[in-house]
Every structure is written in structure tokens, then in C-alpha cells.
Design a protein around this ligand. Structure first.
Ligand code: C2E
Ligand code: CA
Ligand code: CA
Ligand code: CA
Length: 279
């Protein structure tokens, strides 16, 4: 038994070692990617449910790796969070997205909005607020054109600096969205305590809207509640006409998903969506 225990221990150590080596390797490659300008943003439209007009886009990060092709954020965001590299990456994302936003607003979509995902780590210290201010100012963008999306994980830590930054962003007029709504533990109390403008219903609840009466009840209640709180409600992951119809009946404000369009490169976004944008 002792022997087995030792083997397990050795095996466990090996796992831990492999994992940290793997993390370091990814971080190293990611840092190189940032330097070689291999990160790209794709854009997915979000659409007014009632009119099908494109109101804006969400910027979604990809790593255009020479070895592996277009790599999605799930493969590297958590590593970047862990090592802190997300701060530099997030900085790049914010600048690039704001530049794109300004370009599209000037190219015939004056009311266009851009949603940017921001990681908890980026809320450490007071850099985020200054950076957002600078991005808006340098492109002469109104704060309301920018939507910052955060998940509940940010708020769970209950740090004063997070609260201050969120309040200051809200004060500035930046739109704040609670992402992945319904997947956490205490989203309701956060809606009450922070100046959110938008609630994004997680894809998990949208997926089975066609079949599952429980999901229908949850989504209906969430839309009612969000609207009751004066929030704009967005459904994520809308893939079928049936889902869309249900969401339209329940007067969900906005939808986003493959039914309208998957995330695409800027040139394709312009071709497909910009002429259908509001304004
Ligand atoms: P998210 O913010 O919830 O973004 C929505 C995800 O759902 C995106 O995955 C999008 O491609 C995908 N999606 C959109 N419509 C549909 C649909 O109809 N069906 C299905 N099955 N999926 C759909 P993606 O691009 O892989 O991003 C995953 C997550 O990575 C995002 O989830 C977000 O949390 C994070 N992320 C993406 N870009 C950034 C970024 O620039 N910074 C940070 N910190 N996180 C990012
Ligand atoms: Ca998001
Ligand atoms: Ca606000
Ligand atoms: Ca989500």
C-alpha cells in the first residue's frame, strides 16, 4: 500500500509538473504571438429582435497561429489570466476594438456599438478606467458606444477596486453587461449592487428552448426580471428560427448567435452587416 501511495504521489507530482510546464510553454508562445501581432479580433453581430437590425458587434479574440491556425480563446485565455499576460492582451483588444468601432461609426453606422469582454485580472489596480477613457477620447467615441462584458466571477471576489472601477465606468457612461447570466450563484444580488445596463442570457438556457418547458420558463422569467430592472436583455447562442420566435414573443431586446451570423473577420463583417446596421 505504501508503495502504491508513493507511486500515486509521484504520478501526481508529474501531473502538476507537466501542467506548469505546459502553462509556461503556452505563455511563452502567447507572448510571442502578441509581439508578432498574431492576435486577431473577429466580430459577431448582435441584432434587435423586433427589427432584425444590426445594433452592434461583439469583439471575440482569436490567435492566428502559424502552427495551429485560428485558435479560440478557450485554449489560451485562462492561461493568460493565470500568468497575468491577459492585461497586455486585454489592452490590445480594447485598443483594436475601439479603433474598429470608430471606423464603422464613421463609415455609415453612426449608432453602432461594440461589446468587449474584460477579464477579472484586468480590474486589478486602476489601469482599466484610464485605458478606457484614453481609447474613447483618442477616437472621439461617446462612452455609450462601448459595452464592457464581465462575468460573475469578477464580482464574487468582492474587491473594493472592482466595485470602484465598475461604478466609475458606469458613471462615465460605458454600458456594462453581465455575461453568461444564470450560470453563476448570485447573479441576482450583483444586478442589484452594480450599475449593469445589459443582461446576457447564457447559451445554455437558449439551446433547448424549442423542447424544454423548464428552459422556456427560466428564459421568460429572466427577460421579465431584466426588463423590470430597466436592463436591456440579450439572448446568446440563438441558432434556430424557433428559438428566435420564442424570444421575440417574450420581447427579448436583442439576440446574438449563428442564426444571424458567426464571428467573422472585419472585412466580411463590413460586407455582410454594415449596410444593415442602425443609423
Ligand atoms: P462569450 O463572451 O460568452 O462569447 C460568446 C461565445 O459564444 C463566443 O465563443 C461565440 O463565438 C460563441 N457563439 C456565438 N453564437 C453562438 C451560437 O449560436 N452557437 C454557439 N454554439 N456558440 C456561439 P468564443 O469566441 O469561442 O469565445 C469564448 C469566450 O472567450 C467568450 O465567451 C469570452 O468569455 C471569452 N473571450 C472571447 N474574446 C475575449 C477577449 O477579447 N477577452 C477576454 N477576456 N475574453 C474573451
Ligand atoms: Ca461576451
Ligand atoms: Ca450604465
Ligand atoms: Ca456566454
Amino acid at each position: 500500500a505504501k508503495e502504491a501511495g508513493r507511486n500515486t504521489w509521484r504520478f501526481f507530482n508529474q501531473l502538476v509538473h507537466d501542467r506548469s510546464v505546459r502553462l509556461l510553454a503556452i505563455e511563452h508562445r502567447l507572448r510571442g504571438a502578441l509581439q508578432r501581432d498574431e492576435l486577431v479580433l473577429l466580430y459577431q453581430p448582435f441584432v434587435e429582435t423586433s427589427s432584425h437590425r444590426v445594433v452592434g458587434a461583439e469583439a471575440l479574440l482569436r490567435w492566428n497561429s502559424p502552427d495551429d491556425g485560428l485558435v479560440g480563446p478557450d485554449a489560451f485565455i485562462s492561461v493568460a489570466e493565470h500568468t497575468g499576460l491577459i492585461v497586455e492582451i486585454g489592452d490590445w483588444v480594447m485598443r483594436r476594438a475601439c479603433a474598429q468601432l470608430a471606423a464603422w461609426r464613421n463609415a455609415g453606422a453612426p449608432d453602432f456599438r461594440m461589446a468587449v469582454n474584460v477579464s477579472p485580472r484586468q480590474f486589478r489596480g486602476d489601469k482599466l478606467l484610464a485605458q478606457v477613457r484614453e481609447c474613447l477620447a483618442s477616437h472621439a467615441l461617446p462612452a455609450g458606444a462601448l459595452q464592457i462584458e464581465v462575468t460573475e466571477g469578477l464580482l464574487i471576489r468582492n474587491q473594493p477596486e472592482v466595485r470602484e472601477t465598475l461604478l466609475a465606468l458606469g458613471e462615465l457612461g460605458v454600458r456594462l453587461a453581465m455575461d453568461d447570466f444564470g450560470t453563476g450563484y448570485s447573479s441576482l444580488s450583483y444586478l442589484k449592487r452594480f450599475p449593469f445596463d445589459t443582461l446576457k442570457i447564457d447559451r445554455e438556457f437558449v439551446r433547448d428552448l424549442g423542447q424544454d418547458p423548464d428552459d422556456r420558463a427560466l428564459v421568460t422569467a429572466t427577460i421579465r426580471m431584466g426588463k423590470g430592472l430597466g436592463l436591456s436583455v440579450v439572448a446568446e447562442g440563438v441558432e434556430t428560427a424557433q428559438q428566435l420566435q420564442f424570444l421575440a414573443e417574450q420581447e427579448c431586446d436583442l439576440v446574438q448567435g449563428f442564426l444571424f451570423g458567426e464571428p467573422v473577420h472585419p472585412a466580411e463583417f463590413e460586407e455582410r452587416w454594415l449596410n444593415r446596421a442602425v443609423g
